[in-house]
Design a protein around this ligand. Sequence first.
Ligand code: KG4
Ligand code: ZN
Length: 352
Amino acid sequence: MTVRSSIVVSQEALHRRWGGVVPELASREHSLHIAPAVRQALEVAGTSWSEIDAVAVTHGPGLAGALVVGVNFAKAVAVARSVPLVPVNHLEGHLYANWLDVPGALVTGADHRGPEFPVLCLVVSGGHTELVVVRGHGDLSVVGRTRDDAAGEAFDKVARILGLGYPGGPAIQAAAMLAPGEAAADAADALTRPWMRGTLDFSFSGLKTAMLRQVEGDASNGGRPVGNPSRMAGVAKSVVGQFGEIPERTARLARAFQEAVVDVLVSKTCDAAERFGAREVVIAGGVAANLRLREALVARSKVPVRVPPLVYCTDNAAMIGAAGYFRLQLGHVAGTSLDIRPGLRLDDPNGM
Ligand code: KG4
Ligand code: ZN
């Protein structure tokens, strides 16, 4: 599917000032920017309202105030232009980033058309960690999910614990790259993996607590790392990277955390792919931008892996358009009574 324009208005700088998303600020920003962003999208695509056949919008899951802005705007467009209104689950949107035909997509061993069903998808975002079997358009089953924190949420919380800032995922990834030596060979820092054996579910809150204990332990130990003596190696050293100078110890902890999360995500994804006979594995959501996750999945998956380019991993409207296109083919259209669904699940039978 071709993307003729993709306009993203980021609120990252605003939320960084508060160390996280402030719901009221988020919805006000949406309402300020939505009309100019849509106008710009039409302009860049070289098209106009008269050529638009349908309007797709996310009605959940997400923050109520932000969803209301998008849904109301889309309703206004649908009424004014007499076009169908297509509600799209935000998470299904992330998944459909893999159906976009865009430069930079990572595709191993598969062809460049759409993914082939059945597809096993790992959705990893700030609010969700789910393993989904997709047998056809509109035919999704969730076979595993997190029982506590989402992967992205864990990255964000651990980054705060390590003093690495917001958003946490990119900050941890950058810090981990600065840690000396090879990640795989570094047994000294290795954290116990939360395997949740016998299920395809995840749990990340224990890793966050483990990191907190390390940092607090170091602090009460006069700034010296507690635990394994080989950790003493990098005590006083610091490393300099893209986000400035950080202690080497912080870089090692960031890498240990990232390795543990990636190991669990990749192992369960590959298990699920095998169990459900998936022909392809795809990843979606903000955490799919993580380079270590991409690398490990490509290395360990027995079936082809497909990952959208970075800009289509984090929130964007092109992915909602792609999901909306296939939903429209299935006749999934809403009226002006469409309501927001802040807690909408990926496998909601009714979807609206
Ligand atoms: O999907 P997304 O853009 O927003 C929603 O949650 O819907 O995902 C945002 C999440 C944040 O938690 C952010 O820290 C994480 O994705 N993230 C990353 C990376 N880039 C973004 N996590 C790990 N590594 C990254 N490179
Ligand atoms: Zn998202």
